[in-house]
Design a protein around this ligand. Structure first.
Ligand code: GLA
Length: 728
């Protein structure tokens, strides 16, 4: 059993392969956090210290013992109102305006398998792969029950957390803040790694010391956002890719969130992740239950690289679902967006498909512009009816033609959105989120549909199904191209719960869609990677990583993304040069190498390429097909930091260490250029590896100690690629 409870000491120990997590129910029934770190059979309650500390209050039932204060003790699920003045994980208010609660242990349950959460995405696992611990805490005065859920995947060193709040009282209460996971550390010095960005430049890594200032990131945009990713890493200050204790929290939720880290007055660190507390005051009626979304946690004593690999495996195996779960089953696609934007007809699509088929591409995706009145981004959203006039044929005719060329067919939708210039808006203006007596804020000229209302979700679901039923459509790109600003529903739900209910509506739509079309591959998208999170990956096993297809910028975007998400989830395409977002010209080879560390595809008009370029593309596709299995199942290593180093380099090593792929892009070029050496990681020590292209043999020890030389005397952004195989 991964979960142990020592009845005498009242200590919970959760063991994974390489980690132990410990909590204790103390003499007063408070649940204190003891330890999270390297696997141990020891007990960590000796870490708790007690002293009379000024201005750190004492719970009433400790009597005259002034040495007991929750302001100083590490807590498992801190709440406002019990004398802990640090940031709480739970804040509850009564209808009379009384804040705070007092949570005491009331029991626990252990079961095999992994819990799920009604209406929300969550890590899934077979009966034998996981265990669940539920700890029940109670506030007697309000008769509120708080259940802390822990899902343990011992093999992957993953512990998931979620929270269920149940009102057993007679009066409604308001949940003002519910975080899904909190970690308190009594000592240590840590850095916090967060991933900030903007449209077309997502997930830049920022590493800052955790100090006596509350660092808080998050999104109040109703989506997880380009600006901050719902992923927090905490690392010992001297931790590197390969060394040191590191922790991760990844939110399995696609709406607003917040993450906090702070060193307190006694130099203890608290880290938390959960729902955005702004515009959140969840009314919990008597007898009702609130589910806080899940957080995936993992620990490694062996650096940031291992923490990422734990998350990669968890997402690959236990978040993504369906027939297209594996990268190897994903079709290599060409997307029409950068090839023709809104300006196409059926013939343009057929031409692109014909060119694509001749190169070995497996699927054609018709992007935005095929429906309603949609020749630019000012109209049409909400009217999901095929514009046969524009296409010059029915959807079925077009799809049949593309299929006849040997290609699958995919299509773009933006189901959550509505343009004022649409039949849907004219019929149901109240279906758009808008505050009374105010003009709404537009984004990309569009408004947001109120997905907190079931009738709205149902109506769009019917429209989408009607299109999907017309032809053999095997892929859907699910886009959302703005942030949510006007948080007001014209439906019956409470105004305080709109953003949360919106997410339930979205997840319900997606769940129904994958149940009805189990063979449909859905790719998530939000102006590229504006909703790139583990929640979406439960429904869409790949997400368009960024609207920026520039290979050089992509090395940075994909570097940041790799901290939390596996290669199989990263939509990455070769596009035209000069690049449409940056104007940069980079070789086809470099563009290919960068796109190959993702769900590979193209986003350009093949008709404009030379024969030599087409030949090169044939080669890229053949190579990718060969390597997809290794890329999907291998262990990912970051070999450089492309924000600070002159190279971008990364590697995938098969689990048995028999094969490795090393990729590198030179980001700098200077006169009389020094040679860069890239140290390879994760190979079997004392072994020989052969480079499959040159047949040259290398010692693994030297590869790992001294590296591979990147010889780039002339030419910008040259790229390198080695396929190494262990010799018997
Ligand atoms: C977003 C997406 C693009 C493309 C356009 C279409 O920006 O990220 O890939 O689909 O919308 O309007």
């Amino acid at each position: 059993m991964a979960i142990k409870f020592n009845e005498t000491e009242k200590i919970f120990s959760i063991h994974t392969k390489n980690s132990t997590y410990q909590m204790k129910v103390d003499a007063y029934g408070f649940l204190l956090h003891l330890y999270y770190g390297r696997r141990t059979d020891g007990t960590a309650d000796y870490l708790l210290t007690y002293a009379d500390r000024g201005f750190s209050g004492n719970p009433y039932d400790v009597g005259q013992d002034r040495t007991y204060s929750l302001d100083a003790l590490p807590q498992e699920f801190p709440c406002r109102g019990n004398g802990d003045f640090r940031s709480p994980a739970l804040d509850v208010k009564t209808a009379d305006g009384v804040y705070g609660c007092d949570l005491r242990y009331a029991g626990h349950r252990v079961s095999t398998g992994k819990y799920s959460i009604p209406g929300l995405p969550a890590v899934h696992a077979g009966e034998g792969e996981a265990e669940t611990l539920e700890i029940i805490l109670k506030d007697e005065a309000m008769n509120l029950q708080v259940c802390l859920l822990y899902g343990i995947l011992p093999e992957l060193d993953v512990i998931t957390r979620a929270v269920r709040v149940q009102n057993d009282g007679k009066d409604s209460v308001f949940l003002e803040k519910v975080q899904s996971a909190c970690l308190d550390f009594v000592g240590g010095r840590f850095d916090l790694l967060t991933f900030y960005g903007r449209h077309a430049m997502e997930r830049n890594m920022q590493r800052t010391a955790v100090t006596h200032v509350c660092q808080r990131i998050g999104s109040r945009r109703g989506t997880s956002s380009h600006q901050y990713n719902p992923l927090l890493l905490l690392a010992e200050q001297d931790a590197t890719e390969e060394h040191g204790a590191c922790y991760a929290m990844s939110f399995v939720y696609s709406g607003g969130f917040q993450g906090e880290a702070e060193r307190d007055q006694y130099n203890q660190t608290r880290m938390m992740l959960g729902l955005c507390e702004e515009q959140f005051s969840y009314p919990l009626a008597p007898g009702s239950v609130f589910h806080a979304p899940e957080v995936i946690m993992t620990y490694s004593g062996e650096g940031l690289g291992q923490v990422s690999r734990n998350l990669h495996k968890c997402i690959n195996r236990h978040v993504c679902r369906g027939n297209y779960k594996n990268l190897t089953s994903r079709p290599i696609l060409v997307n029409s967006w950068e090839a023709s934007y809104f300006h196409f007809d059926g013939q343009t699509i057929r031409n692109l498909a014909r060119e694509a088929a001749a190169l070995g591409v497996e699927m054609l995706v018709m992007d935005d512009g095929w429906f309603g009145k949609r020749d630019d981004d000012n109209s049409g959203l909400g009217d999901w009816h095929v514009n046969e006039k524009k296409l010059g044929c029915s959807l079925k005719e077009l799809v049949d033609d593309v299929n006849a060329l040997g290609l699958k067919f995919g299509i773009w939708f933006e189901p959550e959105m509505i343009n004022e210039d649409s039949a849907l808006y004219r019929a149901h203006p109240d279906w758009a989120l808008a505050r009374p007596n105010r003009k709404p804020v537009r984004g990309r000229g569009q408004l947001v549909l109120d997905f907190s209302r079931k009738e709205v979700v149902d109506a769009i679901f019917d429209q989408v199904c009607d299109v999907l039923d017309q032809a053999n459509i095997e892929y859907l790109k699910w886009d959302i191209n703005r942030s949510i600003c006007d948080v007001y529903t014209h439906g019956e739900n409470s105004q305080e719960t709109v953003l949360y209910d919106y997410m339930l509506g979205l997840y319900d739509f997606l769940e129904r869609l994958i149940n009805r079309y189990p063979n449909l591959l859905i790719e998530g998208c939000s102006g590229g990677g504006g909703r790139f999170d583990a929640g979406m990956l439960y429904y869409t096993p790949q997400i368009w990583c960024s609207d920026n297809t520039d290979a050089v910028d992509r090395t940075r975007i994909q570097y940041g993304t790799s901290f939390g998400y596996p290669v199989s989830t990263v939509g990455s395409h070769v596009s035209a040069v000069p690049n449409h977002q940056t104007g940069r010209v980079v070789s086809l080879k470099t563009r290919g190498i960068v796109a190959m560390s993702g769900t590979f595809g193209y986003e350009l008009d093949f008709g404009r390429l030379s024969d030599a370029e087409k030949d090169e593309i044939r080669g890229q596709i053949a190579t990718y097909k060969d390597l997809a299995g290794l890329i999907q199942n291998g262990d990912y290593h970051r070999l450089s930091n492309p924000f600070t180093d002159e190279t971008a380099a990364w590697e995938v090593v098969s689990e048995d260490k028999d094969e490795a792929l090393v990729f590198a892009v030179m980001l700098e070029i200077h006169g009389n250029m020094p040679v860069s050496y890239i140290k390879v990681r994760g190979l079997a020590p004392g072994a020989l590896y052969m480079d499959m292209e040159t047949k040259k043999t290398y010692s693994s020890d030297i590869l790992m100690e001294s590296g591979l030389p990147l010889v780039a005397w002339f030419g910008s952004h040259q790229s390198f690629y080695w396929h190494l195989k262990r010799q018997a």
